[in-house]
Design a protein around this ligand. Structure first.
Ligand code: SF4
Length: 388
């Protein structure tokens, strides 16, 4: 797979911190289990999309599905999550007044805006003046939002370039389907004029600096996936300055200040965690980080051969009831084993979702605030008890 230096997936980083582009392009790239399972899930999405929208025949579909199922990263739950993807596509398709033009795994290029800029849209739908770019995310760690998402905005610019001559497009809708995190897709609309203005005013200047390895190092949330996030001087300086400012505290904090400190504290926490990982790797590599060393962490005892150990226990007279415990599987485990559809059809009447325990979340979190009420204790009677 070829990777652009200024890839759309890392656009948030290089737009904010242009010199990071070259550093990351030169860093060794290793596929993790997460990237491999993501690639496989995307391939399944593509296959299902081609079958539904582009008329891929059942025999060819079955043959290609078999190949995907033979992959070491295959998990049966991928079938369910990619069905969620297809449900979202069918629903988007139905929102158009007339059947839209649909493209699956559409290659797009936008080298007029970003040097060597190209990418692949998981799905594109066009009709009635609307271009919709729909992206599938298989990750279950960090929710990815559609609003102002530079990756999808770049895809949309590429798709506009490809289709603008054929279709009259004035509005772009970006949608992200991330079924392992949220049931509903996240969408955002932007006018073609605003998208083009963003390309001119924000992307082009940043890309021109980034491709030359120039510009200002700027730390922020985008550092999360940077190759030098643990050892970056700019990030360290910004976080140390932050820590110095935050810990010069007045006698008592105002509520407004606490909000700011919590927000900044999250950045510090994430930076410290990256710094620890960097220092551990350095120590394991035999380098010296003054005042620190790598040691063996806590380890848990394990059977060398569980079956033989149980046989030996039986021979010693240990009753069977002491060797095994019978306990019900969780709701999530049963859903995974049965498959989402069968679970929903057969057992939905037995499922309830009680209100979750109050938890603190950033303002941008999509969940509704638990406000206008009395206190957390009155809303969630067992809150204090659970905390003990
Ligand atoms: S870690 Fe440093 S180089 Fe990487 S994005 Fe952050 S500030 Fe830029």
């Amino acid at each position: 797979m070829s990777h652009a230096v200024l890839s759309p997936s890392s656009a948030e980083r290089w737009i904010h911190c242009p010199p990071s582009a070259k550093i990351n392009a030169e860093a060794p790239r290793t596929d993790t289990a997460y990237t491999k399972e993501g690639t496989l899930a995307h391939a399944l999405c593509e296959l299902k999309g081609r079958k539904y929208f582009l008329g891929l025949g059942p025999r060819k579909y079955a043959a290609e599905l078999k190949k995907l199922q033979a992959d070491e990263m295959w998990q049966d739950e991928m079938e369910d999550y990619t069905e969620d993807w297809m449900d979202a596509l069918k629903s988007f398709d139905g929102e158009f007044d007339a059947r839209p033009h649909v493209a699956v795994e559409q290659k797009v290029e936008f080298s007029d805006i970003v040097p060597e800029g190209f990418g692949t849209c998981d799905c594109v739908m066009i009709g009635g003046g609307l271009l919709q770019v729909i992206d599938f995310k298989y990750g279950k760690g960090v929710p990815v939002g559609a609003e102002g998402n530079p990756q999808l905005m770049l895809y949309a610019l590429g798709a506009l370039k490809a289709y603008d001559m054929i279709y009259d497009i004035d509005t772009v809708k970006l949608s992200i389907v991330q079924p392992r995190i949220r049931r509903e897709p996240d969408s955002w609309e932007v006018s073609v004029d605003d998208l083009n203005a963003w390309a001119e005013d924000v992307v082009k200047p940043a890309a021109a600096l980034a491709i030359r390895g120039e510009g200002e190092y700027r730390e922020g949330e985008w550092c999360r996936f940077c190759a030098i996030r643990g050892s970056c001087r700019a990030r360290a300086e910004a976080n140390l300055a932050l820590a110095r400012a935050e810990f010069r505290l007045p006698p008592e904090l105002e509520d407004g200040e606490i909000g700011d400190i919590l927000r900044e504290g999250e950045r510090l926490e994430s930076w410290l965690s990256d710094l620890r990982k960097y220092a551990l790797n350095a120590c394991l590599d035999g380098r010296e980080i003054p005042g620190w060393k790598a040691v063996e962490g806590r380890s848990q005892r394990a059977w060398t051969d569980a079956e033989a150990a149980f046989d030996a226990a039986r021979a010693l007279g240990v009753p069977e009831a002491m060797l095994y415990e019978r306990k019900p599987v969780t709701l999530a485990q049963l859903e995974k084993a049965m498959g989402k559809k069968a679970f929903a059809e057969g057992l939905k009447d037995y499922v309830t979702t009680p209100p979750g325990k109050p938890t603190l979340a950033a303002e941008k979190d999509r969940r509704s605030a638990v406000t206008g009420r009395t206190t957390a204790k009155e809303d969630f009677g067992d809150y204090e008890q659970e905390e003990q």
